[in-house]
Design a protein around this ligand. Structure first.
Ligand SMILES: [Zn+2]
Length: 346
């Protein structure tokens, strides 16, 4: 009984921490109930109408075999994210979901170009998501920023459009441009122009790197102006890359469960995030896809404590690192940092 009580207390303690989440995909974090309801309303065929069975199509099993198996889980969420109503509702509900575990600020990302199948324009897609976020922010007392994802496998012309789109919505809630997708086959330098354009518009940059490719992919992302790196798991392969991350205070947006599911690491116990943290590299813990990996920040914190030996104080330090690298205007960022610092007693 004693042991159970300790675990419960830790859970409560982690749940109560004020949190910041930097790496979270909208399409991987849709409530299964919502997919069921929207599909029924829109006449979209699902393999089942039973909620528990549907979860099997939306969540990866713990023994997920590959990145390919992981990516299949986005098919049904994407199918119901093709209307203004669907996009707005899903963004709104994400605010509710994160607020339940005391997230104070989060940055959610998605690729608008994947949501035009039923004729929405890119502008309409982004507007609908921002509408949902704005309503959710007010209702659930949480702050949020939106990141637009360029995709590695897509032609640079489409990704340039995404950079322009982000620039148009810069004062309205879009904070940054990301590059997501097939890292192993499509190098970041093919999209250099996209990031030049984003930077010229005053947008922030984060890039998925070091997940399905090695440390050189991280080095290239830094060269192109990434202020944060999505994952960065394989940075350890090159000590110079680690030195650069530390020197430039570039934060790694680490997503432990997702990294295990996509096979970026075999086991959490082999994840280099603790080594990075101990070296003084800025790291933060994130969920990546709350539904696909059936996870929350509280789950992820608990996992890295159990598997990698992080202490609660170290978890707090990573929350502060995250707050210090949010893509908000300086004054708002400082306000968030002060709020988090005071509450975490740091
Ligand atoms: Zn990601």
């Amino acid at each position: 009984m004693e042991g159970v009580k300790i675990v419960e207390n830790l859970r409560d303690q982690l749940m109560a921490l004020p949190k910041v989440e930097l790496h979270l995909h909208l399409d991987g974090s849709v409530n299964p109930e919502t997919i069921l309801e929207l599909a029924q309303k829109e006449g979209i065929d699902l393999p089942t109408e039973n909620l528990d069975e549907l979860r099997r199509y939306l969540e990866v099993p713990e023994d997920c075999k590959s990145l390919g198996e992981y990516l299949q889980k986005f098919e049904f969420p994407l199918a119901v994210m093709q209307t203004k109503e669907g996009l707005k509702r899903i963004a709104y509900e994400l605010c509710e979901r994160v607020a339940k575990e005391n997230v104070r600020y989060f940055e959610v990302r998605f690729a608008p170009q994947l949501h035009t199948r039923k004729g929405l324009t890119l502008n309409e897609v982004v507007e609908a998501v921002l509408d949902g976020l704005n309503e959710g922010k007010r209702e659930f007392n949480v702050k949020a920023g939106l990141i637009l994802c360029a995709m590695r496998h897509q032609p640079v012309e489409i990704n340039l459009e995404i950079a322009d789109l982000a620039a148009r919505f810069k004062e309205k809630g879009v904070v940054a441009v990301d590059l997501a997708g097939d890292e192993a086959n499509f190098p970041v330098e093919d999209h250099a122009e996209v990031f030049e354009r984003a930077k010229a518009s005053g947008l922030h940059i984060t890039i998925h790197a070091g997940e399905a490719a090695g440390a050189q992919s991280v080095a290239k992302a830094i060269e192109l102006g990434a202020e944060r790196i999505g994952h960065g798991v394989r940075s350890f392969e090159d000590p110079e890359v680690l030195a650069k991350l530390k020197e430039k205070k570039i934060l790694l947006e680490v997503c432990p469960k997702s990294n295990r599911h996509t096979k970026a690491v075999r086991n959490i116990s082999e994840h280099p995030v603790k080594e990075y943290f101990d070296k003084g590299i800025r790291v933060s813990i994130n969920t990546d896809n709350r539904t696909v990996s059936n996870t929350s920040l509280t789950d992820e914190y608990q996992l890295v404590m159990e598997e990698l030996g992080f202490t609660v104080d170290e978890i707090k330090k990573m929350i502060l690192y995250a707050a210090e690298t949010v893509f908000l205007p300086e004054s708002e960022r400082d306000q968030l940092v002060q709020e988090i610092k005071a509450e975490l007693d740091l």
